[in-house]
Design a protein around this ligand. Structure first.
Ligand SMILES: [Zn+2]
Ligand SMILES: [Zn+2]
Length: 339
Protein backbone atom coordinates (compact mmCIF):
# COMPACT_ATOMS: atom_id res chain seq x y z
CA UNK A 1 0.00 0.00 0.00
CA UNK A 2 0.99 3.66 -0.19
CA UNK A 3 1.36 6.09 2.71
CA UNK A 4 1.92 9.88 2.75
CA UNK A 5 4.77 10.80 5.09
CA UNK A 6 5.31 14.43 6.09
CA UNK A 7 9.10 14.84 5.99
CA UNK A 8 9.55 18.55 6.66
CA UNK A 9 7.96 21.99 6.26
CA UNK A 10 5.91 21.93 3.04
CA UNK A 11 7.21 18.50 2.10
CA UNK A 12 5.29 15.22 1.73
CA UNK A 13 6.51 11.92 0.29
CA UNK A 14 4.37 9.05 -0.96
CA UNK A 15 6.06 5.83 0.22
CA UNK A 16 5.46 2.11 -0.20
CA UNK A 17 4.56 0.26 2.98
CA UNK A 18 3.65 -3.42 3.65
CA UNK A 19 -0.10 -4.03 3.93
CA UNK A 20 -1.39 -4.26 7.52
CA UNK A 21 -2.78 -7.57 8.77
CA UNK A 22 -5.90 -7.87 10.96
CA UNK A 23 -5.33 -9.10 14.53
CA UNK A 24 -7.99 -11.50 15.92
CA UNK A 25 -10.34 -8.65 16.97
CA UNK A 26 -9.41 -6.25 14.18
CA UNK A 27 -10.50 -5.40 10.66
CA UNK A 28 -8.46 -4.07 7.74
CA UNK A 29 -9.98 -1.08 5.99
CA UNK A 30 -9.11 0.15 2.51
CA UNK A 31 -9.13 3.92 3.05
CA UNK A 32 -11.30 5.79 0.52
CA UNK A 33 -11.13 9.37 1.78
CA UNK A 34 -9.26 11.28 4.47
CA UNK A 35 -9.94 14.87 5.47
CA UNK A 36 -7.27 17.48 6.12
CA UNK A 37 -7.76 18.93 9.61
CA UNK A 38 -5.89 21.64 11.54
CA UNK A 39 -3.30 19.11 12.72
CA UNK A 40 -2.23 18.21 9.15
CA UNK A 41 -2.37 21.84 8.01
CA UNK A 42 -0.10 22.94 10.87
CA UNK A 43 2.36 20.11 10.16
CA UNK A 44 2.56 21.04 6.47
CA UNK A 45 2.86 24.77 7.22
CA UNK A 46 5.55 24.17 9.84
CA UNK A 47 3.50 25.62 12.73
CA UNK A 48 4.02 22.23 14.35
CA UNK A 49 7.37 20.64 13.45
CA UNK A 50 7.20 16.92 14.04
CA UNK A 51 8.80 14.89 11.26
CA UNK A 52 8.67 12.34 9.87
CA UNK A 53 5.04 11.52 10.59
CA UNK A 54 2.19 9.81 8.72
CA UNK A 55 -0.88 11.83 9.78
CA UNK A 56 -4.59 11.67 8.87
CA UNK A 57 -7.20 11.10 11.56
CA UNK A 58 -10.49 11.76 9.69
CA UNK A 59 -11.01 8.85 7.35
CA UNK A 60 -13.52 6.46 5.79
CA UNK A 61 -13.32 3.35 3.66
CA UNK A 62 -14.36 -0.25 3.04
CA UNK A 63 -13.64 -3.31 5.18
CA UNK A 64 -11.48 -5.76 3.17
CA UNK A 65 -10.49 -8.30 5.86
CA UNK A 66 -11.70 -9.29 9.34
CA UNK A 67 -9.91 -11.05 12.21
CA UNK A 68 -10.95 -14.54 13.24
CA UNK A 69 -12.60 -13.51 16.53
CA UNK A 70 -14.94 -10.97 14.87
CA UNK A 71 -15.59 -12.85 11.62
CA UNK A 72 -19.38 -13.25 11.45
CA UNK A 73 -19.85 -11.76 14.92
CA UNK A 74 -23.33 -10.15 15.05
CA UNK A 75 -23.02 -6.34 15.06
CA UNK A 76 -19.37 -6.35 14.04
CA UNK A 77 -18.39 -4.82 10.66
CA UNK A 78 -17.80 -7.39 7.92
CA UNK A 79 -16.01 -7.51 4.56
CA UNK A 80 -17.62 -5.11 2.08
CA UNK A 81 -19.07 -2.75 4.70
CA UNK A 82 -18.55 0.96 4.02
CA UNK A 83 -17.41 2.50 7.28
CA UNK A 84 -16.20 5.47 9.28
CA UNK A 85 -13.74 4.77 12.07
CA UNK A 86 -12.20 6.01 15.29
CA UNK A 87 -8.40 6.05 15.07
CA UNK A 88 -7.82 6.82 18.75
CA UNK A 89 -6.34 3.93 20.72
CA UNK A 90 -8.18 4.12 24.03
CA UNK A 91 -6.35 1.99 26.59
CA UNK A 92 -9.34 1.32 28.86
CA UNK A 93 -6.91 1.08 31.76
CA UNK A 94 -5.81 4.60 32.78
CA UNK A 95 -7.77 6.70 35.30
CA UNK A 96 -9.49 8.71 32.58
CA UNK A 97 -10.57 5.68 30.55
CA UNK A 98 -11.88 3.98 33.68
CA UNK A 99 -14.00 7.06 34.41
CA UNK A 100 -15.58 6.99 30.93
CA UNK A 101 -13.43 9.84 29.62
CA UNK A 102 -11.35 7.90 27.11
CA UNK A 103 -10.98 11.07 24.97
CA UNK A 104 -8.45 12.07 27.64
CA UNK A 105 -6.65 8.70 27.64
CA UNK A 106 -3.15 8.99 29.09
CA UNK A 107 -1.61 6.16 27.09
CA UNK A 108 0.41 7.14 24.06
CA UNK A 109 -1.81 7.22 20.97
CA UNK A 110 -1.08 6.16 17.44
CA UNK A 111 0.62 3.46 15.43
CA UNK A 112 3.95 3.02 13.68
CA UNK A 113 4.99 2.25 10.11
CA UNK A 114 7.49 -0.54 9.36
CA UNK A 115 10.45 1.88 9.81
CA UNK A 116 9.15 3.18 13.15
CA UNK A 117 7.59 6.41 11.78
CA UNK A 118 4.60 7.46 13.91
CA UNK A 119 1.38 6.85 12.00
CA UNK A 120 -2.16 8.03 12.64
CA UNK A 121 -3.55 5.79 9.92
CA UNK A 122 -5.64 8.08 7.70
CA UNK A 123 -3.12 9.08 5.02
CA UNK A 124 -2.55 5.44 4.15
CA UNK A 125 -4.00 3.00 1.64
CA UNK A 126 -5.05 0.58 4.36
CA UNK A 127 -5.28 0.49 8.13
CA UNK A 128 -5.88 -2.30 10.66
CA UNK A 129 -7.91 -1.27 13.69
CA UNK A 130 -10.06 -2.82 16.39
CA UNK A 131 -13.48 -3.82 15.03
CA UNK A 132 -15.17 -2.08 18.00
CA UNK A 133 -13.89 1.28 16.67
CA UNK A 134 -15.49 0.83 13.23
CA UNK A 135 -18.99 2.09 12.33
CA UNK A 136 -20.82 1.04 9.13
CA UNK A 137 -22.41 3.97 7.23
CA UNK A 138 -24.55 2.18 4.62
CA UNK A 139 -24.58 3.96 1.26
CA UNK A 140 -23.51 7.38 2.56
CA UNK A 141 -20.75 9.10 0.53
CA UNK A 142 -17.15 8.48 1.69
CA UNK A 143 -16.59 12.23 2.09
CA UNK A 144 -19.48 12.40 4.57
CA UNK A 145 -18.14 9.33 6.37
CA UNK A 146 -14.65 10.87 6.53
CA UNK A 147 -16.24 13.63 8.62
CA UNK A 148 -17.13 10.99 11.22
CA UNK A 149 -14.38 12.19 13.57
CA UNK A 150 -15.24 15.91 13.58
CA UNK A 151 -18.94 15.01 13.77
CA UNK A 152 -18.29 12.81 16.82
CA UNK A 153 -16.32 15.69 18.39
CA UNK A 154 -19.27 18.05 17.84
CA UNK A 155 -21.76 15.49 19.19
CA UNK A 156 -19.52 15.35 22.27
CA UNK A 157 -19.52 19.15 22.50
CA UNK A 158 -23.32 19.27 22.35
CA UNK A 159 -23.47 16.65 25.09
CA UNK A 160 -20.99 18.63 27.22
CA UNK A 161 -23.23 21.69 26.79
CA UNK A 162 -26.28 19.79 28.07
CA UNK A 163 -28.24 21.04 25.05
CA UNK A 164 -32.03 20.65 25.25
CA UNK A 165 -34.78 21.07 22.63
CA UNK A 166 -35.81 24.74 22.17
CA UNK A 167 -32.53 25.99 23.67
CA UNK A 168 -31.34 29.32 22.29
CA UNK A 169 -27.92 28.68 20.80
CA UNK A 170 -25.08 30.89 19.59
CA UNK A 171 -22.09 29.43 17.75
CA UNK A 172 -18.95 31.55 17.65
CA UNK A 173 -17.02 30.65 14.49
CA UNK A 174 -18.60 29.76 11.14
CA UNK A 175 -15.97 27.30 9.88
CA UNK A 176 -16.38 23.54 9.57
CA UNK A 177 -16.81 22.97 13.30
CA UNK A 178 -19.30 25.82 13.66
CA UNK A 179 -21.34 24.51 10.78
CA UNK A 180 -21.36 20.97 12.18
CA UNK A 181 -22.58 22.40 15.51
CA UNK A 182 -25.33 24.21 13.59
CA UNK A 183 -26.51 21.02 11.87
CA UNK A 184 -26.33 18.88 15.02
CA UNK A 185 -27.95 21.42 17.35
CA UNK A 186 -30.80 21.75 14.82
CA UNK A 187 -31.18 17.97 14.88
CA UNK A 188 -31.55 18.12 18.68
CA UNK A 189 -34.45 20.54 18.31
CA UNK A 190 -32.56 23.62 19.48
CA UNK A 191 -33.45 27.07 18.20
CA UNK A 192 -33.16 29.84 17.39
CA UNK A 193 -29.54 29.14 16.45
CA UNK A 194 -27.16 31.93 15.47
CA UNK A 195 -23.66 31.98 14.00
CA UNK A 196 -21.07 34.65 14.81
CA UNK A 197 -18.02 35.24 12.63
CA UNK A 198 -15.78 38.05 11.44
CA UNK A 199 -16.13 36.94 7.79
CA UNK A 200 -19.14 38.23 5.85
CA UNK A 201 -18.78 35.33 3.44
CA UNK A 202 -18.92 32.74 6.22
CA UNK A 203 -21.98 34.50 7.65
CA UNK A 204 -23.72 34.45 4.26
CA UNK A 205 -22.94 30.73 3.94
CA UNK A 206 -24.22 30.05 7.47
CA UNK A 207 -27.48 31.80 6.57
CA UNK A 208 -27.77 29.63 3.46
CA UNK A 209 -27.17 26.59 5.69
CA UNK A 210 -30.13 27.53 7.89
CA UNK A 211 -28.82 29.75 10.69
CA UNK A 212 -31.69 31.76 12.20
CA UNK A 213 -29.48 34.79 12.69
CA UNK A 214 -25.88 35.75 11.96
CA UNK A 215 -23.74 38.55 13.36
CA UNK A 216 -20.22 39.83 13.73
CA UNK A 217 -18.77 39.73 17.27
CA UNK A 218 -19.46 43.47 17.62
CA UNK A 219 -23.20 43.12 16.95
CA UNK A 220 -23.80 39.61 18.31
CA UNK A 221 -25.42 40.51 21.64
CA UNK A 222 -27.66 43.10 20.02
CA UNK A 223 -28.72 40.76 17.17
CA UNK A 224 -28.90 37.44 19.00
CA UNK A 225 -29.60 38.42 22.60
CA UNK A 226 -29.05 36.14 25.59
CA UNK A 227 -28.44 32.44 25.00
CA UNK A 228 -28.87 29.10 26.75
CA UNK A 229 -25.77 27.50 25.23
CA UNK A 230 -22.86 29.24 23.50
CA UNK A 231 -20.33 27.13 21.60
CA UNK A 232 -16.93 28.72 20.99
CA UNK A 233 -15.49 27.09 17.85
CA UNK A 234 -13.13 29.97 17.03
CA UNK A 235 -9.83 30.69 18.76
CA UNK A 236 -11.26 33.84 20.37
CA UNK A 237 -14.60 35.03 21.71
CA UNK A 238 -14.60 33.54 25.21
CA UNK A 239 -15.54 36.83 26.90
CA UNK A 240 -18.32 37.43 24.37
CA UNK A 241 -19.64 33.91 25.02
CA UNK A 242 -19.77 34.50 28.80
CA UNK A 243 -21.48 37.85 28.22
CA UNK A 244 -24.10 36.22 25.98
CA UNK A 245 -24.90 33.37 28.41
CA UNK A 246 -28.29 33.88 30.06
CA UNK A 247 -29.20 32.71 33.60
CA UNK A 248 -28.47 28.99 33.74
CA UNK A 249 -26.52 29.20 30.50
CA UNK A 250 -23.48 27.15 29.49
CA UNK A 251 -20.42 28.16 27.50
CA UNK A 252 -18.68 25.28 25.71
CA UNK A 253 -15.01 25.82 24.84
CA UNK A 254 -14.66 23.65 21.76
CA UNK A 255 -11.71 24.93 19.78
CA UNK A 256 -8.03 24.89 20.69
CA UNK A 257 -6.98 28.04 22.51
CA UNK A 258 -3.71 29.76 23.29
CA UNK A 259 -2.43 28.29 26.57
CA UNK A 260 -2.27 31.75 28.18
CA UNK A 261 -5.83 32.78 27.24
CA UNK A 262 -8.00 33.08 30.37
CA UNK A 263 -11.59 31.81 30.44
CA UNK A 264 -13.38 33.27 33.41
CA UNK A 265 -16.85 33.63 34.81
CA UNK A 266 -17.13 35.54 38.10
CA UNK A 267 -17.81 33.52 41.26
CA UNK A 268 -21.08 35.38 41.86
CA UNK A 269 -22.26 34.93 38.26
CA UNK A 270 -21.39 31.25 38.53
CA UNK A 271 -23.33 30.94 41.81
CA UNK A 272 -26.32 33.26 41.38
CA UNK A 273 -26.78 32.85 37.63
CA UNK A 274 -25.49 29.29 37.33
CA UNK A 275 -23.48 30.25 34.27
CA UNK A 276 -20.92 27.52 33.58
CA UNK A 277 -17.89 27.16 31.35
CA UNK A 278 -17.17 23.62 30.20
CA UNK A 279 -14.61 22.19 27.79
CA UNK A 280 -15.16 19.75 24.95
CA UNK A 281 -12.16 17.82 23.69
CA UNK A 282 -12.20 14.97 21.20
CA UNK A 283 -14.94 12.32 21.54
CA UNK A 284 -16.12 9.12 23.22
CA UNK A 285 -17.35 5.88 21.59
CA UNK A 286 -20.95 6.94 22.43
CA UNK A 287 -20.44 10.08 20.32
CA UNK A 288 -19.23 7.96 17.40
CA UNK A 289 -22.33 5.81 17.68
CA UNK A 290 -24.58 8.87 17.46
CA UNK A 291 -22.55 10.65 14.79
CA UNK A 292 -22.21 7.62 12.53
CA UNK A 293 -25.96 7.02 12.82
CA UNK A 294 -26.57 10.57 11.53
CA UNK A 295 -24.15 9.97 8.63
CA UNK A 296 -25.80 6.66 7.73
CA UNK A 297 -29.38 7.94 7.93
CA UNK A 298 -28.62 10.89 5.65
CA UNK A 299 -30.38 13.27 8.06
CA UNK A 300 -27.52 15.79 7.85
CA UNK A 301 -26.47 14.93 4.27
CA UNK A 302 -27.27 18.39 2.85
CA UNK A 303 -25.28 20.07 5.61
CA UNK A 304 -22.32 17.76 4.96
CA UNK A 305 -22.47 18.25 1.16
CA UNK A 306 -22.03 21.98 1.69
CA UNK A 307 -18.83 21.36 3.67
CA UNK A 308 -17.00 19.32 1.00
CA UNK A 309 -14.67 21.93 -0.53
CA UNK A 310 -12.53 19.68 -2.76
CA UNK A 311 -11.27 16.12 -3.30
CA UNK A 312 -7.77 15.20 -4.52
CA UNK A 313 -6.16 11.92 -5.64
CA UNK A 314 -3.36 10.69 -3.35
CA UNK A 315 -0.67 11.68 -5.87
CA UNK A 316 -1.79 15.32 -5.43
CA UNK A 317 -1.72 15.37 -1.63
CA UNK A 318 0.66 18.36 -1.71
CA UNK A 319 -1.77 20.35 -3.84
CA UNK A 320 -4.52 19.57 -1.35
CA UNK A 321 -2.33 20.78 1.53
CA UNK A 322 -1.35 23.93 -0.40
CA UNK A 323 -5.04 24.72 -0.88
CA UNK A 324 -5.85 24.48 2.84
CA UNK A 325 -2.81 26.54 3.82
CA UNK A 326 -3.55 29.30 1.29
CA UNK A 327 -7.26 30.03 1.65
CA UNK A 328 -10.28 29.40 3.90
CA UNK A 329 -11.86 26.03 3.21
CA UNK A 330 -14.37 23.79 4.98
CA UNK A 331 -13.02 20.28 4.30
CA UNK A 332 -10.56 19.15 1.64
CA UNK A 333 -10.15 15.39 1.17
CA UNK A 334 -7.48 13.14 -0.31
CA UNK A 335 -8.18 9.67 -1.67
CA UNK A 336 -5.44 7.24 -0.51
CA UNK A 337 -4.35 4.43 -2.86
CA UNK A 338 -4.29 0.88 -1.56
CA UNK A 339 -2.10 -0.64 -4.33
ZN1 LIG B 1 -9.75 16.57 13.06
ZN1 LIG C 1 -6.64 5.29 28.77
Amino acid sequence: MKVAVFTGVGSVEIREEPDPVAGPQQVVIEVAACGICTFERRLFAGDKQWYPVNPGHEASGTVVAVGEAVDGLPGSPQVGDRVTFDLLTRCGTCNQCRRGKSSLCRMRQGRVLSDGTVSFGGFAGKVAIDAKSVYPIGDAPFTHAAMGEPIACCVHSIRQGGLLPRDRVAIIGGGLMGRLHLALARLEGAGPIGVIDVSEQRLAEATAAGADWVATPETALEVGGKQDVVFVTAMAGVDLAVEMADLGGTVVLYSAFDKDLPATVGADKSHREEVAIVGAFSQEPADWRTGSAHIRSGVIADALDALVTAEYPFSQVEDALKLVTSEPTYRVFVEPESE
